[in-house]
Design a protein around this ligand. Sequence first.
Ligand code: DNO
Length: 346
Amino acid sequence: MQLAFRWYGPDDPVSLAYIRQIPRMTGVVSALQDCRPGEAWPREKVRALRQTIEAAGLRFSVVESIAVHERIKLGLPGRDALIARYAQSMEAVAAEGVPVVCYNFMPVFDWLRTNLAMPQPDGSTALQFDQKEMEGIDFSEGTQDLPGWHAAYAGEEIAALRAAYAERSEEDLWENLKYFLERIVPAAERTGVRLAIHPDDPPWSVAGFPRIIASGAALKRVTQLVDSEANGVTLCTGSLGADPAEAARLPETIRSLAGRIHFAHMRNVRRLGERSFQESTHPDGDVDMAAVMEALLETGFDGPARPDHGRMIWGEEGLAGYGLYDRALGAAYMNGLRDAALRKAT
Ligand code: DNO
């Protein structure tokens, strides 16, 4: 396992110099934040980002993410040109020596939360999601400042996208994902990049949009759509862990995906009710993190792993879920879990 940390580029309030001071931190997870979905990533920009990361004594270990254009997810005309541009972006990333590309196949929205600062008894704040609250959000005026999500759509755009997705079954989305992978995986193989699909977060339909990558079984199915080592997954304990049945079977999921987990996100969640949860501290929640680490190491996982979202603690202000302090505590905990698991194994 190579410890890595997500960094949002030069505008991130957390500096690379601070990231480097976290024990055993070697990798940085980043992206060209200003490239729109469907744009080919210019190699010079990837190079500049890599050089900035390396100048800080770290390695650019994962691109998270290259966004998949909605026309690809919907299977609309024009997707072939967009897929070709996606391959170009992957080539640029590969040429700069970044080995893993994380992406997702969530319609329209990426990860979603309904409260970005839920007060905790200890004075910190945590991210929270509640399905009923989510369903109460009115999108007729657009997405505005929807928590946890950066791009913006106008009300009419959301309505048009909803109508387009309503015409598609889940199997149609699987077909569209397969179509995409059949064209992208050969390019990944050629360039030596490993693809790592991220599970949907939360792992169920939200805001009237379907979500298909919602279980360990779905991740497995992705790996079978195109049977190549380059076609892998991001094991995200927090996304899957929001579903109690999935949380319980995470070690089993990891074993079933052995060799195809190319990236791991370590985060814990605590269920508050039906389809309602909050993000807890890394050690305490519904996910047995020690069992996750043991299963990862037992299956030979040696890829990048990052502490995922943290709470806001010690008065820090910054990007929701992506402050320095609590994620650094998460990294320290990961180091401890890893040492304990390795000792147990010998
Ligand atoms: C949230 C992240 C996601 C992830 C994408 C991958 O914090 O885990 O936004 O980067 O879904 O494409």
